[in-house]
Design a protein around this ligand. Structure first.
Ligand code: FE2
Length: 246
């Protein structure tokens, strides 16, 4: 597809490999191409991670709707229904981890195994030097449930992050079959979901407009179900509040 590059990572695992991969991808991303790096992580470990995160949420109080969770060192989850007042309309269940060291060892180690290589890729493409221990950096899971989970079209400031990374924890057709990511690039609108499967990392220049079209809108929304689209992203607290609807 024009504007979309699908590349096999061919290198699961270490942060060093991802640093090298990032150097090769840098120019394409700067030029505004969307890149899907296939098979970055093992499917089994991401399926286990998805269940572990949902299980963690079931044991924690839900963060109050409508209150800002943009606070350093916070681990939280919040259910944002369609009725929540917000600058950027959305429906999703978010799980934010700003303090991995407070988590139990099982969840913490699986999270590190995915988040560290992702951050190495981020740093390599953007020339940044973030660490997971920085209060500014947060690992976030977004669950857009079947039955209408979505996120309105928006942009982020290009700097300082330069690149957005989305690791998929769900499969097109198996977990949802309608809706998903749309990127508005110079080459036209690109629907990436059919090519973005579990274990793949999608990279995009951070100022490219993007949205999540409603996930399986004709189904009944069940916040307790795993069905729908699950994404893992890295975000900076200081730029999270600067994302604008368009
Ligand atoms: Fe975004």
């Amino acid at each position: 597809m024009n504007g979309l590059d699908i590349i096999d990572a061919d290198q699961r695992g270490s942060a060093d490999h991802f640093t090298e991969a990032g150097q090769k991808l840098k120019q394409r991303i700067e030029d505004g191409r969307i890149v899907i790096l296939k098979n970055c992580f093992a499917v089994d470990s991401l399926l286990a991670l998805k269940k572990a995160v949902q299980h963690w949420g079931q044991r924690q109080a839900v963060f109050p709707a409508g209150r800002s969770a943009s606070v350093a060192n916070l681990n939280f989850h919040r259910i944002d229904g369609a009725d929540m007042p917000t600058r950027l309309p959305h429906t999703f269940h978010q799980y934010g981890f700003g303090n991995l060291d407070k988590l139990d060892p099982g969840l913490r180690s699986v999270l590190y195994q995915v988040a560290e290589p992702m951050l190495a890729l981020q740093n390599s493409v953007a020339g940044t030097n973030y660490q997971l221990s920085d209060p500014e950096v947060r690992v976030k899971f977004l669950h857009y449930p079947s039955g209408g989970g979505y996120l309105a079209n928006h942009i982020h400031p290009l700097l300082p992050q330069r690149v957005g990374l989305i690791t998929s924890l769900s499969d097109w057709e198996a977990d949802y079959s309608e809706g998903g990511n749309i990127f508005s690039t110079d080459a036209g609108d690109i629907h990436t979901s059919p090519s973005h499967q579990i274990g793949d990392v999608l990279l995009f220049r951070y100022d490219i407009p993007h949205e999540i079209e409603p996930i399986d809108p004709h189904q009944v929304l069940d916040w307790n179900a795993l069905a729908g689209k699950w994404s893992l992203v890295l975000e900076l607290l200081s730029t999270n509040a600067l994302s604008d609807a368009i």
